[in-house]
Design a protein around this ligand. Sequence first.
Ligand code: GTP
Ligand code: MG
Length: 316
Amino acid sequence: MSDMEAIKDISGVGEKIAEKLEEAGYTDLMAIAVSPSGQLADDAGVGEATAKKIIQSARASLKMGFMSGMDVLEKRKSVEYITTGSPEFDRLIGGKGVESQAITEAFGEFGSGKTQLGAQLAVNVQLPKDMGGCDGYAVWIDTENTFRPKRIMQLAEKMGLDPEEALKRVKVGRAFSSDHQMLLAEKVADLIENEGINVKIVIMDSLTGLFRAEYVGRGTLASRQQKLNSHLHTLQRLADRFNLAIFVTNQVMSRPDTFFGDPTKAIGGHILGHAATYRLYLRKSKGNKRIARLVDSPCLPDGEAVFTVSEEGIRD
Ligand code: GTP
Ligand code: MG
Protein backbone atom coordinates (compact mmCIF):
# COMPACT_ATOMS: atom_id res chain seq x y z
CA MET A 1 0.00 0.00 0.00
CA SER A 2 1.37 3.43 -0.91
CA ASP A 3 1.77 6.12 1.70
CA MET A 4 -1.15 8.10 0.30
CA GLU A 5 -3.45 5.08 0.29
CA ALA A 6 -2.47 4.44 3.86
CA ILE A 7 -3.47 8.00 4.72
CA LYS A 8 -6.87 7.59 3.06
CA ASP A 9 -7.30 4.43 5.07
CA ILE A 10 -7.14 6.27 8.38
CA SER A 11 -10.61 6.38 9.87
CA GLY A 12 -12.00 9.91 9.65
CA VAL A 13 -9.98 10.77 6.56
CA GLY A 14 -11.86 10.86 3.28
CA GLU A 15 -10.64 11.81 -0.20
CA LYS A 16 -10.96 15.49 0.54
CA ILE A 17 -9.03 15.57 3.78
CA ALA A 18 -6.42 13.25 2.33
CA GLU A 19 -5.92 15.65 -0.55
CA LYS A 20 -5.55 18.61 1.76
CA LEU A 21 -3.08 16.72 3.88
CA GLU A 22 -1.06 15.81 0.85
CA GLU A 23 -1.02 19.41 -0.35
CA ALA A 24 0.19 20.50 3.06
CA GLY A 25 3.08 18.05 2.80
CA TYR A 26 1.85 15.14 4.89
CA THR A 27 3.00 12.40 2.59
CA ASP A 28 3.15 9.52 5.00
CA LEU A 29 1.62 8.25 8.21
CA MET A 30 4.62 9.27 10.28
CA ALA A 31 4.23 12.91 9.30
CA ILE A 32 0.67 12.79 10.61
CA ALA A 33 1.52 10.76 13.68
CA VAL A 34 4.06 13.29 14.92
CA SER A 35 2.17 16.45 13.96
CA PRO A 36 0.79 18.74 16.66
CA SER A 37 -3.02 18.58 16.52
CA GLY A 38 -3.46 22.35 16.13
CA GLN A 39 -1.22 22.39 13.11
CA LEU A 40 -2.89 19.42 11.48
CA ALA A 41 -6.31 20.97 12.13
CA ASP A 42 -5.24 24.12 10.28
CA ASP A 43 -3.59 22.24 7.46
CA ALA A 44 -6.48 19.85 6.85
CA GLY A 45 -9.25 22.34 7.52
CA VAL A 46 -10.82 20.22 10.26
CA GLY A 47 -11.62 20.81 13.92
CA GLU A 48 -9.02 20.08 16.53
CA ALA A 49 -10.98 17.11 17.93
CA THR A 50 -11.03 15.48 14.49
CA ALA A 51 -7.36 16.27 14.06
CA LYS A 52 -6.63 14.49 17.33
CA LYS A 53 -8.54 11.43 16.17
CA ILE A 54 -6.69 11.37 12.86
CA ILE A 55 -3.37 11.59 14.66
CA GLN A 56 -4.39 8.80 17.05
CA SER A 57 -5.37 6.48 14.20
CA ALA A 58 -2.19 7.25 12.31
CA ARG A 59 -0.21 6.38 15.42
CA ALA A 60 -2.16 3.18 15.95
CA SER A 61 -1.54 1.95 12.43
CA LEU A 62 2.17 2.69 12.60
CA LYS A 63 4.62 0.34 14.06
CA MET A 64 6.18 2.86 16.42
CA GLY A 65 8.11 0.06 17.92
CA PHE A 66 11.35 -0.66 19.65
CA MET A 67 14.47 -2.35 18.43
CA SER A 68 16.68 -4.62 20.47
CA GLY A 69 20.13 -3.36 21.31
CA MET A 70 21.46 -5.96 18.87
CA ASP A 71 19.39 -4.46 16.06
CA VAL A 72 20.78 -1.04 16.86
CA LEU A 73 24.29 -2.45 16.77
CA GLU A 74 23.56 -4.16 13.46
CA LYS A 75 22.23 -0.92 12.00
CA ARG A 76 25.26 1.02 13.17
CA LYS A 77 27.45 -1.39 11.21
CA SER A 78 26.01 -0.13 7.96
CA VAL A 79 26.96 3.50 8.71
CA GLU A 80 28.96 5.10 5.90
CA TYR A 81 31.31 8.06 6.12
CA ILE A 82 32.23 11.06 4.00
CA THR A 83 35.54 12.72 4.65
CA THR A 84 35.57 16.49 5.15
CA GLY A 85 38.92 16.66 3.37
CA SER A 86 40.71 17.54 6.60
CA PRO A 87 41.99 14.62 8.71
CA GLU A 88 41.99 16.92 11.77
CA PHE A 89 38.34 17.74 11.20
CA ASP A 90 37.46 14.10 10.57
CA ARG A 91 39.13 13.15 13.83
CA LEU A 92 36.97 15.66 15.70
CA ILE A 93 33.80 13.90 14.51
CA GLY A 94 34.89 10.36 15.20
CA GLY A 95 37.64 9.70 12.69
CA LYS A 96 36.15 9.17 9.25
CA GLY A 97 34.04 12.22 8.55
CA VAL A 98 30.34 12.95 8.34
CA GLU A 99 28.12 9.93 9.05
CA SER A 100 25.13 8.43 7.31
CA GLN A 101 21.97 7.88 9.42
CA ALA A 102 22.73 11.18 11.15
CA ILE A 103 22.18 14.90 10.85
CA THR A 104 25.29 17.04 11.03
CA GLU A 105 24.72 20.73 11.64
CA ALA A 106 27.33 23.41 10.99
CA PHE A 107 26.53 26.71 12.61
CA GLY A 108 28.52 29.88 12.74
CA GLU A 109 28.74 33.43 11.49
CA PHE A 110 29.05 34.51 7.83
CA GLY A 111 32.24 33.39 6.16
CA SER A 112 32.93 30.72 8.78
CA GLY A 113 32.99 28.04 6.08
CA LYS A 114 29.56 26.39 6.33
CA THR A 115 28.78 26.54 2.61
CA GLN A 116 32.33 25.62 1.67
CA LEU A 117 32.15 22.54 3.86
CA GLY A 118 28.87 21.63 2.17
CA ALA A 119 30.44 21.99 -1.28
CA GLN A 120 33.39 19.84 -0.24
CA LEU A 121 31.06 17.13 1.05
CA ALA A 122 29.01 17.26 -2.18
CA VAL A 123 32.21 16.39 -4.01
CA ASN A 124 33.74 13.98 -1.50
CA VAL A 125 30.61 11.83 -1.31
CA GLN A 126 31.37 10.86 -4.90
CA LEU A 127 34.79 9.47 -4.09
CA PRO A 128 35.25 5.72 -3.89
CA LYS A 129 34.97 4.24 -0.40
CA ASP A 130 38.67 3.65 -0.01
CA MET A 131 39.23 7.36 -0.58
CA GLY A 132 36.75 8.52 2.01
CA GLY A 133 33.60 8.73 -0.08
CA CYS A 134 30.45 6.69 -0.68
CA ASP A 135 30.44 6.39 -4.46
CA GLY A 136 27.22 8.36 -4.35
CA TYR A 137 25.29 11.41 -5.41
CA ALA A 138 24.62 14.60 -3.48
CA VAL A 139 21.36 16.50 -3.21
CA TRP A 140 21.80 20.22 -2.58
CA ILE A 141 18.78 22.12 -1.31
CA ASP A 142 19.60 25.75 -1.83
CA THR A 143 17.60 28.32 0.11
CA GLU A 144 19.87 31.32 -0.28
CA ASN A 145 21.09 31.01 -3.82
CA THR A 146 24.58 30.13 -2.70
CA PHE A 147 25.09 27.04 -4.83
CA ARG A 148 28.08 27.63 -7.13
CA PRO A 149 28.55 25.05 -9.92
CA LYS A 150 32.02 26.42 -10.73
CA ARG A 151 33.15 25.84 -7.17
CA ILE A 152 31.94 22.21 -7.30
CA MET A 153 33.91 21.69 -10.50
CA GLN A 154 36.99 23.28 -9.02
CA LEU A 155 36.84 21.12 -5.89
CA ALA A 156 36.18 18.01 -7.96
CA GLU A 157 39.24 18.63 -10.05
CA LYS A 158 41.37 18.97 -6.94
CA MET A 159 40.07 15.60 -5.77
CA GLY A 160 40.94 13.97 -9.09
CA LEU A 161 37.36 13.69 -10.33
CA ASP A 162 36.05 14.69 -13.72
CA PRO A 163 34.57 18.15 -13.04
CA GLU A 164 31.55 17.87 -15.33
CA GLU A 165 30.72 14.36 -14.23
CA ALA A 166 30.98 15.53 -10.63
CA LEU A 167 28.60 18.40 -11.27
CA LYS A 168 26.09 15.99 -12.81
CA ARG A 169 26.18 14.01 -9.60
CA VAL A 170 24.90 16.94 -7.59
CA LYS A 171 21.13 17.38 -7.82
CA VAL A 172 20.14 20.91 -6.93
CA GLY A 173 16.76 22.11 -5.71
CA ARG A 174 16.19 25.80 -5.13
CA ALA A 175 13.72 26.46 -2.32
CA PHE A 176 11.67 29.64 -2.40
CA SER A 177 9.82 29.33 0.88
CA SER A 178 10.03 27.20 3.97
CA ASP A 179 7.11 25.10 2.73
CA HIS A 180 8.88 24.59 -0.56
CA GLN A 181 12.02 23.63 1.32
CA MET A 182 10.07 21.03 3.30
CA LEU A 183 8.52 19.67 0.13
CA LEU A 184 11.91 19.35 -1.56
CA ALA A 185 13.19 17.37 1.40
CA GLU A 186 10.28 14.97 1.01
CA LYS A 187 10.94 14.62 -2.71
CA VAL A 188 14.40 13.21 -2.09
CA ALA A 189 12.75 9.84 -1.45
CA ASP A 190 11.28 9.92 -4.98
CA LEU A 191 14.67 10.64 -6.45
CA ILE A 192 16.03 7.54 -4.77
CA GLU A 193 13.08 5.19 -5.20
CA ASN A 194 11.67 6.22 -8.57
CA GLU A 195 14.74 7.45 -10.36
CA GLY A 196 17.20 5.05 -8.80
CA ILE A 197 19.69 7.75 -7.87
CA ASN A 198 22.15 6.69 -5.21
CA VAL A 199 21.87 9.75 -2.96
CA LYS A 200 24.33 9.53 -0.08
CA ILE A 201 24.18 13.06 1.26
CA VAL A 202 21.54 15.78 1.43
CA ILE A 203 22.93 19.26 1.96
CA MET A 204 20.57 21.94 3.21
CA ASP A 205 22.11 25.41 2.87
CA SER A 206 20.68 26.89 4.94
CA LEU A 207 18.27 25.02 7.16
CA THR A 208 16.98 28.04 9.00
CA GLY A 209 17.24 31.08 6.68
CA LEU A 210 13.76 30.92 5.18
CA PHE A 211 12.16 30.00 8.48
CA ARG A 212 13.83 32.94 10.12
CA ALA A 213 12.74 35.31 7.35
CA GLU A 214 9.14 34.13 7.33
CA TYR A 215 8.52 33.86 11.03
CA VAL A 216 9.36 37.17 12.61
CA GLY A 217 8.26 38.33 16.00
CA ARG A 218 7.79 36.52 19.22
CA GLY A 219 4.24 35.31 18.63
CA THR A 220 5.30 33.16 15.70
CA LEU A 221 8.18 31.46 17.45
CA ALA A 222 6.20 28.40 18.53
CA SER A 223 4.84 27.67 15.07
CA ARG A 224 8.29 28.17 13.57
CA GLN A 225 9.73 25.63 15.96
CA GLN A 226 6.93 23.19 15.22
CA LYS A 227 7.54 23.37 11.50
CA LEU A 228 11.27 23.19 11.88
CA ASN A 229 10.81 20.19 14.10
CA SER A 230 8.68 18.32 11.60
CA HIS A 231 11.14 19.27 8.84
CA LEU A 232 14.02 17.85 10.86
CA HIS A 233 11.99 14.76 11.41
CA THR A 234 11.61 14.32 7.66
CA LEU A 235 15.36 14.68 7.30
CA GLN A 236 16.14 12.19 10.04
CA ARG A 237 13.76 9.70 8.45
CA LEU A 238 15.50 10.10 5.10
CA ALA A 239 18.83 9.50 6.79
CA ASP A 240 17.60 6.31 8.47
CA ARG A 241 15.57 4.93 5.60
CA PHE A 242 18.20 5.36 2.91
CA ASN A 243 21.37 5.19 5.00
CA LEU A 244 22.44 8.66 3.89
CA ALA A 245 24.06 11.66 5.54
CA ILE A 246 22.30 14.96 6.19
CA PHE A 247 24.36 18.14 6.39
CA VAL A 248 22.61 21.37 7.36
CA THR A 249 23.92 24.89 7.86
CA ASN A 250 22.64 27.45 10.29
CA GLN A 251 23.84 31.04 10.43
CA VAL A 252 24.34 32.86 13.70
CA MET A 253 25.10 36.54 14.10
CA SER A 254 28.68 37.69 14.37
CA ARG A 255 28.19 39.30 17.76
CA PRO A 256 25.36 37.33 19.22
CA ASP A 257 26.61 37.90 22.74
CA THR A 258 25.26 41.44 22.70
CA PHE A 259 21.79 40.76 21.43
CA PHE A 260 21.11 37.10 21.03
CA GLY A 261 22.55 35.38 24.04
CA ASP A 262 25.12 32.62 23.88
CA PRO A 263 26.98 32.68 20.54
CA THR A 264 27.06 28.90 20.45
CA LYS A 265 23.27 28.75 20.54
CA ALA A 266 22.04 28.73 16.98
CA ILE A 267 18.66 29.61 15.54
CA GLY A 268 16.29 26.77 16.15
CA GLY A 269 17.45 26.54 19.72
CA HIS A 270 16.58 23.45 21.67
CA ILE A 271 14.70 21.54 19.04
CA LEU A 272 17.59 21.67 16.62
CA GLY A 273 19.97 20.91 19.44
CA HIS A 274 18.27 17.61 20.02
CA ALA A 275 17.71 16.64 16.43
CA ALA A 276 21.19 17.19 15.03
CA THR A 277 23.40 14.29 15.95
CA TYR A 278 26.56 16.28 15.39
CA ARG A 279 26.62 20.00 16.00
CA LEU A 280 29.65 21.87 14.78
CA TYR A 281 30.30 25.45 15.75
CA LEU A 282 32.54 27.01 13.09
CA ARG A 283 34.41 30.23 13.60
CA LYS A 284 36.95 32.31 11.76
CA SER A 285 40.56 32.44 12.75
CA LYS A 286 43.52 34.11 11.02
CA GLY A 287 43.40 34.19 7.21
CA ASN A 288 42.20 30.90 5.76
CA LYS A 289 42.11 29.23 9.14
CA ARG A 290 38.84 28.11 10.64
CA ILE A 291 38.09 26.42 13.93
CA ALA A 292 35.44 23.75 14.35
CA ARG A 293 34.13 22.91 17.76
CA LEU A 294 32.00 19.85 18.41
CA VAL A 295 29.18 20.55 20.84
CA ASP A 296 26.70 18.28 22.63
CA SER A 297 27.72 15.07 20.90
CA PRO A 298 26.04 11.95 22.34
CA CYS A 299 29.14 9.79 22.15
CA LEU A 300 32.20 11.90 21.44
CA PRO A 301 34.14 14.25 23.68
CA ASP A 302 33.67 17.95 22.94
CA GLY A 303 36.79 19.25 21.23
CA GLU A 304 38.16 21.52 18.55
CA ALA A 305 39.90 21.15 15.21
CA VAL A 306 41.72 23.72 13.12
CA PHE A 307 41.24 23.49 9.36
CA THR A 308 41.69 25.73 6.35
CA VAL A 309 39.40 26.85 3.54
CA SER A 310 41.26 27.73 0.39
CA GLU A 311 41.03 27.34 -3.36
CA GLU A 312 41.89 23.67 -2.81
CA GLY A 313 38.90 23.23 -0.53
CA ILE A 314 38.80 22.01 3.05
CA ARG A 315 42.20 20.85 4.32
CA ASP A 316 44.19 20.57 7.53
P1 GTP B 1 27.33 32.58 5.25
O1 GTP B 1 26.65 31.74 4.24
O2 GTP B 1 27.46 33.99 4.81
O3 GTP B 1 26.73 32.47 6.62
O4 GTP B 1 28.84 32.06 5.39
P2 GTP B 1 29.44 30.60 5.29
O5 GTP B 1 29.75 30.11 6.64
O6 GTP B 1 28.62 29.75 4.40
O7 GTP B 1 30.82 30.91 4.59
P3 GTP B 1 31.46 30.23 3.30
O8 GTP B 1 31.48 28.76 3.46
O9 GTP B 1 30.83 30.78 2.10
O10 GTP B 1 32.96 30.72 3.44
C1 GTP B 1 33.51 31.57 2.52
C2 GTP B 1 34.93 31.81 2.93
O11 GTP B 1 35.77 30.75 2.49
C3 GTP B 1 35.46 33.03 2.28
O12 GTP B 1 35.23 34.14 3.12
C4 GTP B 1 36.89 32.75 2.12
O13 GTP B 1 37.58 33.28 3.24
C5 GTP B 1 37.04 31.26 2.22
N1 GTP B 1 37.67 30.79 0.98
C6 GTP B 1 38.96 30.55 0.86
N2 GTP B 1 39.26 30.14 -0.39
C7 GTP B 1 38.13 30.14 -1.10
C8 GTP B 1 37.80 29.84 -2.47
O14 GTP B 1 38.64 29.48 -3.28
N3 GTP B 1 36.52 29.99 -2.83
C9 GTP B 1 35.58 30.39 -1.95
N4 GTP B 1 34.32 30.52 -2.38
N5 GTP B 1 35.85 30.67 -0.65
C10 GTP B 1 37.12 30.55 -0.22
MG1 MG C 1 26.90 30.09 3.30
